[in-house]
Write a protein that binds this ligand. Structure first.
Ligand code: URA
Length: 175
């Protein structure tokens, strides 16, 4: 199982889909290729990963077997429900003031079942426990795009992270 990690009582909690192969091997969230892109976008917007809590909506790597290889897949509703107990504990333990979902799966679990990244990204929504919550593209989605689409989606992701950084700044100033 891969649990969340970071600073307890973090202002920002970042929630991904589920561990991939690298995360499964190392027992830590977002340490593979998707994690490196996340780190890059975080540092471009001056968000220090050590200051945030990084976790996933499910704790075990969701896999599908194809041609004798294990491939990542989106977590199913029953898996998300089964892991709900961990998510609830994290909300209690971290007490985030802002939540950023990476990809539609955590956004549908924490904001609304009908959530669509194309319509809801770049805006704040009332998430679980009424915590202001937003969503952007999942970094792994970006790797599946062609060069031109990738540039445009990556720059939208940076804009979304900048919006989070700006709000984080106001909370830190107020604190
Ligand atoms: N993708 C995720 O959604 N979470 C991880 O921890 C790694 C890749």
């Amino acid at each position: 199982m891969v649990f969340g990690e970071g600073r307890s009582l973090s202002t920002l909690m970042i929630v991904g889909e589920g561990p991939g192969a690298d995360e499964d091997a190392q027992g830590r969230p977002f340490v593979g290729r998707a994690g490196r892109l996340l780190d890059e976008v975080l540092s471009a917007t001056d968000i220090d990963r050590d200051d945030v809590w990084v976790t996933n909506i499910v704790r075990c790597r969701p896999v599908a077997k194809r041609d004798n290889n294990l491939r990542n897949r989106a977590p199913r509703a029953d898996e998300i429900k089964a892991c709900g107990i961990w998510m609830d504990q994290e909300y209690r333990f971290v007490s985030p003031q802002l939540v950023l979902c990476l990809g539609v799966t955590p956004a549908q679990a924490l904001i609304s079942r009908q959530f669509k990244i194309s319509e809801g990204r770049g805006k704040w929504h009332a998430g679980r426990n009424d915590v202001p919550t937003t969503a952007t593209y999942h970094p792994a989605y970006i790797f599946r795009l062609g060069v031109d689409d990738r540039k445009s989606v990556e720059s939208q992701m940076r804009e979304d992270l900048q919006m989070v950084a700006d709000r984080l700044g106001t909370i830190k100033h107020a604190a």
